[in-house]
Design a protein around this ligand. Structure first.
Ligand SMILES: *Cc1c(COP(=O)(O)O)cnc(C)c1O
Length: 376
């Protein structure tokens, strides 16, 4: 059975070999006589699965021992509340700063405002001009040197890949250089986690919902420097207090066992691909192919500042928007699924995560070329 190419932004494509292994082990995980779904989260088999997933992730990302790795529930939006409940009061007065570059960081800022005093350090919510080109809202990132970070804040939050706008940070700020050496960096890396090397030692905390690039829905990975934990607000639910979750190795209460297992299979798949550096090279080749085609075409256009274009989520519009429906219908018939852009930006979006091979992107470009030939 040939599977179609799935460009969904999330939940999204998984490596076929991972799905095959999960299917083969569905009824009997490695001679245990049980499905992973049926195992106690405290039994030796699941403890092995969970600890191995953590060890593989530590190896893939070079995560040092002074950082805790936690497999949690709640998703990215859950973390928008769980992070402030854990960190916003760690230095006394509850204060946190935000870099607002799109849909997801806007929501993070709004949610954190329920727990303390929040401030926007930088925003791309207004149109601007960069290098002589007009840029719409949320298609660029303000120069880091212009960010206004409050030195007393507990943390600075940014979303390092805006999944909807297609804006990706290629590097993170040095907060000491911004006059805020005691502010911790918090990164929502949900949609480019494990797509390129991310240096967790540059941040205090990084979180990622697995369902974009690194596994099935249901598990959210949180990586946090241990000295930041244990200072949660009194209202923080104990099951969401990082200090508890870290102390119990993600088994303070029942974790999403099956999702952790499948995420662990994805980590093993990544290691077999050659690790994060190798997958980055493949991701770069895919993105270069698609952006190269978009930029050479007068029929399609990507609106994002080239300096911050996402390698994972590629939004594009047709010059003639009245062709959108025909484009999507033809794409589906050609086995190219889920290309419709998010309703807030319209147009199209191709999410080309780790598990999307170059052949899938080539099939998309071939279809786009053919559509342009017929309608251009
Ligand atoms: C999808 C997404 C979220 C929200 O994740 P949920 O798991 O649906 O709560 C948050 N941040 C980013 C960057 C995302 O891509």
């Amino acid at each position: 059975m040939a599977r179609p190419w799935n460009f969904s932004a999330g939940p999204s494509v998984l490596p076929e070999t991972v799905l095959q292994q999960a299917a083969a082990e569905m009824l009997d995980w490695q001679g245990s006589g049980m499905s992973v779904m049926e195992m106690s989260h405290r039994g030796r088999q699941f403890v092995q699965i969970c600890d191995e997933a953590e060890a593989d992730l530590r190896e893939l990302m070079n995560i040092p021992a002074d950082y805790a790795v936690m497999f949690m529930q709640g998703g990215g939006l859950g973390e928008n509340a769980i992070v402030p409940m854990n960190l916003i009061g760690r230095r006394g007065a509850p204060m946190a700063d935000f870099v607002v570059t799109g849909h997801w960081s806007t929501r993070s800022h709004k949610e954190a405002g329920r727990y303390g005093d929040v401030h926007i350090a930088a925003s791309s919510a207004l149109p601007t001009e960069i290098d002589g080109s007009a840029r719409n809202a949320f298609t660029y990132v303000q120069a880091v040197s212009s960010w206004q970070v409050r030195p007393e804040a507990s943390y600075l939050h940014l979303c390092s890949n805006e999944t909807i706008g297609g804006v990706e940070f290629t590097e993170w700020p040095d907060l000491a250089e911004l006059g805020a050496p005691d502010v911790s960096l918090v990164v929502d890396a949900s949609s480019h986690f494990l797509s390129r090397p991310l240096d967790v030692t540059r941040c205090g905390l990084l979180f990622a919902g697995a369902q974009k690039n690194a596994g099935p829905a249901g598990v959210t990975v949180v990586i946090a420097r241990r000295d930041l934990l244990g200072k949660s607000l009194p209202i923080c639910p104990s099951a969401f207090d990082y200090a508890n979750v870290a102390a119990e190795h993600s088994r303070y209460n029942t974790p999403p066992t099956f999702s952790i297992y499948v995420a662990g299979l994805v980590y093993k798949w990544l290691k077999a691909q050659g690790g994060v550096a190798a997958i980055e090279a493949a991701n770069k080749a895919k993105a270069d192919l698609l952006y190269g085609y978009l930029d050479a075409s007068g029929f399609y256009r990507n609106p994002v500042d080239p300096a911050v274009r996402s390698r994972m989520n590629v939004p594009f519009v047709l010059a003639d928007e009245s062709l959108n429906d025909a484009f999507l219908k033809g794409a589906e018939a050609a086995g190219l699924l889920a290309l419709k852009g998010h309703k807030s930006v319209g147009g199209m979006r191709a999410s080309i995560y780790n598990a999307m091979p170059l052949a899938g992107v080539q099939a998309l470009v071939d279809y786009m070329q053919e559509f342009e030939r017929r309608h251009g």
